[in-house]
Design a binder for this molecule. Sequence first.
Ligand SMILES: NC(=O)c1ccc[n+]([C@@H]2O[C@H](COP(=O)([O-])OP(=O)(O)OC[C@H]3O[C@@H](n4cnc5c(N)ncnc54)[C@H](O)[C@@H]3O)[C@@H](O)[C@H]2O)c1
Length: 252
Amino acid sequence: MQMIIGGALGRMGRELTLAAEAAGVGIACGVDVAYTGQPVGYPVVTGFEQVKETADVIVDFSRPEALPELLKLAVDNKIPVVLCATGYTDEEIAMIGEAAKHIPVLRSANMSLGVNVLCELVRMAARTLEGFDIEIVEKHHRMKVDSPSGTALMLYDAAQKEKGPETEPLYGRYGRTQKRTDGEIGIHAVRGGTVTGEHEVGFYGNGEQVVLTHRAENRALFAQGALKAARWLADKPAGLYSMRDVVLAMLG
Ligand SMILES: NC(=O)c1ccc[n+]([C@@H]2O[C@H](COP(=O)([O-])OP(=O)(O)OC[C@H]3O[C@@H](n4cnc5c(N)ncnc54)[C@H](O)[C@@H]3O)[C@@H](O)[C@H]2O)c1
């Protein structure tokens, strides 16, 4: 498999380069606005419109601003795309949906296989543990600016899909003067030190608890997940996919 990497010189681009080399996946070309000519072991250009090489898949860890040129390259050359960047606007998400009519596109704000399996476990628990209260706690390093994390919201969505429309998120409980309601799912953010990322979904019942936890230990896991997604996507028909499709395909 030959791959084009978007954001090749960034933290995740470099992780993906290492993961690809270890897995024997070829890198046809890298794209990064910050490229200044230093050798990186494969050709790098500063914009998707400059890519001359062809490939089996494009994996992007750059920024939403790169999207129009990235999708043009992919659609014009019929190259499947794995979109890993976060922060797309509604307009950009519509653009992605349009491209997916012509080529296979997989987009996920969390490429970790473990987190996506956790989402499935949360669905199963929410479906079967009737009457249990659900609480989500996420922990991240002190530099993280947004809260709650996008992954905490993804886990909330997984539970909410099973519990139904009366469910609502409750962010912290500061100032509350009433008992917990059945429909609420508490979401809590802890910030400190160098924690890479931890997500815990607790199901609290009458005399028993089930607590599902995912701990990210480094960023390499996102690169591993992106490679898995790229391999899975390469022979799929046009359409919009997510990491959930990869997990469900593994379940058979
Ligand atoms: N889906 C996931 O699991 C996952 C995991 C980690 C990070 N991310 C996302 O991936 C993106 C990159 O994260 P990072 O930590 O590697 O960031 P980073 O800032 O270290 O790297 C981004 C790279 O993209 C380059 N870039 C920026 N704009 C570009 C453009 N228009 N065209 C080409 N290159 C461009 C930058 O020069 C930089 O080298 C972010 O959106 C981040 O939120 C997603």
